[in-house]
Write a protein that binds this ligand. Structure first.
Ligand code: SF4
Ligand code: SF4
Ligand code: SF4
Ligand code: FES
Length: 946
């Protein structure tokens, strides 16, 4: 029997007031002032019938089934909209109340099919519960009045259906869409008995503005809005609480299962990162985990022109170890390396870097953070002393001004975007700095005060200019700077930032932001008690990515916006565990906890625990590995859960590097683009198939719990362990908790972390140690991790990728809500119904100049390569700028991006590529070759499977 989760009826009061004692049904109850009578009753274990109330939405008071009696009060107040008072005496049960409630429920039933026995919500329907508790089996009002029972179902959405005949017009879906999601896609059409819920302008859900977050489905008390998987399979019979494996928000979910099939992912109302909300990816796009394309047997082959051969795990490990050892014997110990995955757990990532350092015997380990947020690590460590964001997500609820720079939260971090939009609707002000008009600039009930549409490549000039205005107009927070920052360095920086080159009137020529608008934005930023900065890959993926991150930290310090709620420097991390993979020592120069490999004391700590000798020099970064492969010095690579062939820039170069390897081992759940170049294919396990932890953008460590057995029999950490053993370096763990215990022993910021504590607290934000045993929601409260804050000098250096006569447009890239990164997962779900191909956004002026119309194929050429995409004409992008996503391998977005990279970290400059665009009629040469190669590799895989 499916057990519904406990619903307290109304949310916790926003401000927890003084304790109030009252009596409910003779029971003494003490709750905080501001609590509803309904919630107080629930807290005492007393269930008051309800229909329009739920604890994720403010009380609405429309259904009138939650009536109670209160001594000394006339009438029957609704318990959901009545707050507790001291000494109150409440009665939730009486004959009169039963009659009143039954009357209301009979009215609902008169417009509701009496088909509970065959309804898919049978056992999980609040109307059914209430009717049963009151003994209502029919309706005195008959079933033949005006009703919705013939209304057509809306099954347009691939994941959920709307059946108006089951709707009781409680408005919960409308309120969820407005208040939680912030999309305002639903309304009520008509009045009284004929009122009905409609999407958009009387459209289907699919045609409306609905973004398929599922909040309306979660909050619907009947079967009116239900997941199709439940309609088809019935209710789940068990549930496992785990963490989403898509983006860096790290939402907590209940994976609801029937037997061994995941039927739905229900966002966890206790989840600290998401508080019961989700987006289309985590909520619905989990079907890839059991897709027919999953690799479920280890495979090997001599060369990439051979068919794959399925082998046992044992043979695969022996074969791999022998090939890697043979390479080392021939080319030296440094000729092999590994890439850890920001999709895998902390424990798995930790093991891969440990295997590289201890079993491979070198430091040639890197991670995909190299290509996204490595500048964040460098920039924040330099200025503040710690390579991570400073806040918890709920901090935004105290922000007065929010600067969103180079990020598109409503597509890439949707659950955070919903929180942000709620704060903006409450009155916080918004500054968006982005070359493209992202949705946040103007969406329902949200309008940015300033959209600073800067030119790609001009971030540093922009951020310096903001600080210039603040300092030169005397708007800085002198007390904060004096108390918290290095004085001498501040004075040097002050002189630099006040230089004329940083004034908005001068930078306007670089950024294209009108000086007056930039001045107004800077004044706004500096004028409020709490200003917060949220940024994304539009900051880091530049030749000056690290400089911009330092500029952002400078802006926060100079305005005193660090060390408390509502402020801070907040990198919106891309992948689910990119923070964790960096924390776990995935970079070639750093051991877990961001400690340099050259530090003798740190190294000897690890040498003792790992019982081995470690090299003291940093190893190769991913781009160095590729270069070394092409030049013949690097021959073996183990890649876990990372698709470098699609995700890394300059595809021609990457493909050449992969082809030059003598042994490429790919561990993944699918034959991804990189695996097509591999000699060993080790099946990966999806997040549903393993135990471990992820760390999100808030530094929040959350549990990943196994919901189903690994399809190939082993979890990823077990595979790495076995490979290490085959290589001759022994590893012996029986559960990931033991790996976490080792991490805690070796890493000061994780010292207090354990699975027992994670189970008890739900999640923990590191640092978690003796000083902060429950974790650290806000960093740098009294002092910075490095002591005093450091104002780095952030001179602007133009990128080499400039518009020229040959390549007159600047191409920038980003993500779309329904697809995820390289798309390997989302493309194997119904999410492709929302976005089936990458397109090129181009301004109508630029399109007209080139004779390009909507939907035309256009060739995009850069100095690195050429590809073809379909054109979408839009003024979202400014003239001179084109934009695309990179979710489909055949699009070849990275055929065009160049090997330009951040000066400090080698993070590629994905966000600026000088291109020419022209009208064409056929795919590019690369696309034709890609299709042939992909088809051939699929055939070689199919041969192994028959
Ligand atoms: S669809 Fe569900 S949540 Fe929406 S009004 Fe109808 S019953 Fe209530
Ligand atoms: S799925 Fe989300 S966006 Fe769509 S109608 Fe429901 S609440 Fe609104
Ligand atoms: S916001 Fe991110 S973590 Fe949350 S459900 Fe969506 S993809 Fe998953
Ligand atoms: S639950 Fe209180 S009025 Fe509906």
């Amino acid at each position: 029997m499916y057990e519904s989760r406990l619903d307290m009826g109304t949310p916790l009061p926003l401000k927890i007031g003084m304790p109030v004692s009252l009596t409910i049904d003779g029971q003494p109850v003490t709750v905080a002032a501001g609590t509803s009578v309904m919630r107080a009753a629930a807290q005492a274990g007393i269930k008051v019938p309800k229909l329009c109330a739920t604890d994720s939405l403010d009380a609405f008071g429309s259904c009138r089934v939650c009536l109670v009696e209160i001594d000394g009060r006339n009438g029957y107040p609704a318990s959901c909209t009545t707050d507790v008072e001291a000494e109150m005496v409440v009665h939730t049960q009486s004959k009169e109340l039963d009659e009143l409630r039954s009357n209301v429920v009979e009215l609902y039933v008169s417009d509701h099919p009496l088909d509970c026995d065959t309804c898919s919500a049978n056992g999980d329907c609040e109307l059914q519960d209430v009717a049963e508790s009151l003994g209502v089996e029919g309706s005195r009002y008959g079933m033949n009045g005006a009703n919705h029972q013939d209304a057509a179902k809306d099954e347009s959405n691939p994941y959920f259906a709307f059946d108006p005949s089951q709707c009781i017009v409680c408005y919960r879906c409308v309120r969820a869409c407005d208040d939680i999601q912030g999309t305002f896609a639903l309304t009520v059409d008509g009045r009284g008995f004929s009122s009905k819920i409609v999407a958009g302008q009387l459209e289907s859900f699919m045609d409306s503005d609905c973004v398929s977050c599922g909040a309306c489905v979660d909050n619907c008390p009947t079967e009116a809005l239900t997941e199709k998987s439940v309609i088809e399979n019935g209710l789940p019979d068990r549930s496992v609480t785990t963490t989403c494996a898509y983006c860096g928000v790290g939402c907590s979910f209940h994976a609801d299962l029937k037997d061994d099939q995941v039927l739905r992912m229900v966002p966890d109302r206790e989840g600290h990162a998401n508080e019961g909300h989700a987006c289309i990816k985590g909520r619905f796009a989990f079907g890839y985990a059991t897709h027919k394309d999953r690799i479920t047997s280890p495979m090997i082959r001599e060369s990439i022109d051979d068919p794959w051969r399925e082998v046992s795990w044992e043979e695969a490990f022996q074969y791999t170890a022998e090939r890697l050892r043979a390479i080392q014997d021939k080319y030296g110990p440094d000729s092999i390396g590994g890439i850890t995955s920001s999709r895998c757990t902390n424990e798995e990532t930790y093991l891969v870097q440990k295997m590289v350092r201890a079993a491979f015997g070198n430091n040639n380990v890197d991670t995909c953070a190299r290509v996204c947020h490595s500048p964040t690590g460098y920039g924040l460590k330099t200025t503040l002393g710690e390579s991570a964001g400073t806040q918890a997500f709920n901090s935004v609820a105290s922000a007065d001004v929010v600067l969103v720079m180079g990020a598109n939260p409503s597509d890439a971090h949707p659950v955070f975007a919903s929180r942000l939009k709620r704060r903006l609707r409450e009155g916080a002000r918004l500054i968006v700095a982005d070359p493209r008009r992202i949705d946040l600039v103007n969406s329902p009930h949200v309008r940015a005060d300033h959209h600073l549409a800067l030119r790609p490549g001009s971030n540093v000039a922009f951020i310096n200019s903001m600080a210039h205005v603040i300092v030169s107009e005397g708007l800085e927070d002198t007390a904060f700077i004096e108390a918290r920052c290095e004085t001498e360095q501040y004075l040097k920086w002050r002189e630099f930032i006040c230089g004329e080159q940083n004034s908005p009137e001068v930078t306007e020529r670089i950024t294209a932001i009108p000086a007056s608008e930039l001045r107004a934005a800077a004044r706004l930023f500096a004028s409020v008690p709490n200003a917060a900065i949220y940024y994304g890959l539009g900051v880091s993926e530049h030749s000056q990515g690290s400089t911009t991150v330092m500029g952002i930290a400078n802006l926060a310090m100079v305005t005193g916006n660090l060390g408390r709620e509502g402020v801070g420097v907040n990198p919106l991390r891309g992948q689910n565990n990119v923070q964790g993979s960096c924390d776990m020592g995935s970079f070639p120069h750093e051991l877990p906890g961001y400690r340099h490999i050259s530090d003798v004391a740190v190294r000897s700590l690890f040498e003792q625990e790992w019982n081995t000798r470690l090299q003291s020099d940093p190893g190769l970064r991913i781009p160095n590995m590729f270069d070394a492969s092409i030049s013949g010095n690097f021959k073996g690579l183990y890649v876990q859960g990372e698709d470098v062939a699609q995700s890394d820039p300059n595809t021609h170069h990457v493909e050449k590097a992969l082809q030059s390897l003598e042994c490429l081992i790919v561990q993944d759940i699918f034959l991804n683009e990189t695996a097509r170049f591999a000699h060993v294919l080790l099946p990966g396990s999806s997040f549903l198939e393993k135990n471990g932890t992820f760390t999100n953008a808030e530094r929040r460590i959350s549990m990943v719990r196994k919901a189903i057995e690994p399809l190939a029999g082993l979890e990823d950490w077990e595979v790495t362990m076995a490979l290490s053993n085959a290589m001759g370096y022994p590893m012996d763990y029986s559960h990931p908790s033991e790996i976490m215990d080792e991490i805690a022993r070796l890493t000061p910021t994780f010292k207090g972390v354990s699975y027992e504590k994670l189970d008890r607290l739900g999640s923990i934000q590191w640092p978690c140690n003796d000083e902060a045993p429950q974790g650290t929601p806000t960093m740098h409260v009294d002092e910075f991790v490095r002591g005093k804050g450091y104002f780095a000098i952030t001179g602007f250096v133009p990128t080499d990728e400039r518009a020229t006569r040959k390549y007159p447009l600047l191409m920038t890239t980003g993500r779309i809500l329904s697809q995820y990164n390289v798309g390997a997962q989302t493309r194997r779900t119904a999410n492709s119904e929302f976005y089936a191909e990458d397109i090129l956004e181009i301004h109508p002026f630029d399109a007209e100049e080139r004779g390009i119309s909507e939907g035309d194929w256009c060739g995009i050429a850069s100095r690195a390569g050429e590809t073809v995409l379909r054109a979408v004409l839009t003024d979202r992008v400014q003239p001179g700028v084109v934009y695309t996503t990179f979710h489909f391998p055949s699009s070849g977005a990275n055929v065009i991006t160049t090997d330009n990279s951040d000066w400090a970290t080698n993070c590629p400059e994905y966000k600026v590529t000088a291109v020419q665009v022209s009208h064409v009629s056929e795919p590019s040469e690369w696309q034709k070759e890609y299709r042939d190669f992909a088809r051939r590799q699929e055939e070689l895989l199919d041969k192994a499977r028959v």
